[in-house]
Ligand binder design. Structure first.
Ligand SMILES: Nc1ncnc2c1ncn2[C@@H]1O[C@H](COP(=O)(O)OP(=O)(O)OP(=O)(O)O)[C@@H](O)[C@H]1O
Ligand SMILES: [Mg+2]
Length: 281
């Protein structure tokens, strides 16, 4: 599990020895220019190159407006880059696909469908028989801790519960890559911690490739194999940091672990450093 940045990479601790694996996502010299009425050409991303290996959990941190979401949208196929290319398993990404499942903060559940109906939607679209789709969906609902809520409607759920449904619904497509854009940003601290733990449990079981955008340094260090730090707009990769902490990770144990503290403080210091710091850091 390695992220190979185009620019220099530094590791606060020893580089971990992980089993070599193949590239899942390759972002190759990607730049993104947006045409806006107010600003004409706006360079949102500048020459981003990043390789994310199969099964890696990679977080992206950076100031507000540095292009984190744009990068995720490019990998998701929702935005096509102005220059450079994004590839999944060697194939150029030409548009959205079920192999890349988005879990965004603005979770868009179908309000007219129950929890079960929302989660079953993907497998049914993919042609899975109703009985099988239901069985799979019930198992996923249980996995995200919502057993007993199958027949509830989104408006009857809390924000954290809706986020769990959104995660289950995306997992039901069996995407190879999860694209998560601040999925827990709007949640209270307690719910956020619970969902982080749930996500890690699911990830440690399935080892999907995850690209995770967050503003929280602690969340990034807790979850990730790699943390990609971006600089303020126009977004560039500033540094890629290997998070060499043992798994499975337990938050309460990590909080007391000096290695965890060293990563968190080291990254926060980097953000505080000079004019690279920003409102989102
Ligand atoms: N569709 C668009 N049209 C024009 N400009 C855009 C568009 N999408 C994003 N931008 C601009 O590109 C830059 C990067 O935006 P992006 O949403 O990727 O940042 P971000 O790092 O996700 O920020 P935040 O942390 O606040 O979510 C911003 O300056 C934004 O104004
Ligand atoms: Mg964003």
């Amino acid at each position: 599990m390695k992220v190979v940045p185009s620019r220099s990479s530094e590791t606060p601790d020893a580089v971990p020895t992980r089993k070599p694996s193949s590239a899942m996502i390759e972002i190759d010299h990607v730049s993104q220019v947006f045409q806006t009425s107010a600003r004409k050409d706006h360079l949102a991303l500048s020459d981003i190159s990043l390789t994310i290996e199969d099964g890696a959990f990679v977080s992206i941190l950076g100031p507000s407006g540095c292009g984190k979401s744009t990068l995720l949208y490019i990998v998701g196929g929702f935005v096509s880059p102005t220059s450079g290319s994004a590839r999944m398993k060697g194939k150029s990404i030409a548009g959205p696909g079920p192999d890349r499942g988005p879990v965004f903060q603005e979770f868009a559940l179908f309000p007219w469908k129950s929890v079960l109906g929302n989660v079953m939607y993907g497998p049914r679209q993919q042609g899975v028989r109703a009985a099988d789709a239901e069985a799979q969906s019930r198992a996923l609902i249980e996995m995200v801790g919502l057993k007993g809520y199958e027949n509830f409607y989104p408006k009857e759920l809390s924000g954290g519960m809706k986020q769990r449904v959104a995660l289950a619904r995306t997992l039901a497509y069996h995407p190879e890559v999860l694209l998560m854009d601040e999925p827990f940003g709007a949640l209270d601290a307690h719910t956020r911690t619970r969902l982080q733990n749930d996500l890690l449990n699911i990830w440690e079981r399935d080892r999907k490739t995850v690209l995770f955008v967050t503003h929280s340094v602690e969340e990034a260090v807790f979850l990730s194999d790699k943390v990609v730090m971006m600089s303020r707009s126009p977004g560039r990769i500033r540094q890629v940091i290997d998070i060499d902490l043992p798994r499975p990770r337990r938050r309460t144990e990590l909080l007391l672990d000096p290695r965890y503290q060293k990563y968190v403080v080291g990254i926060e210091r980097m953000f505080d450093d000079g004019d690279e710091a920003g409102p989102g850091a």
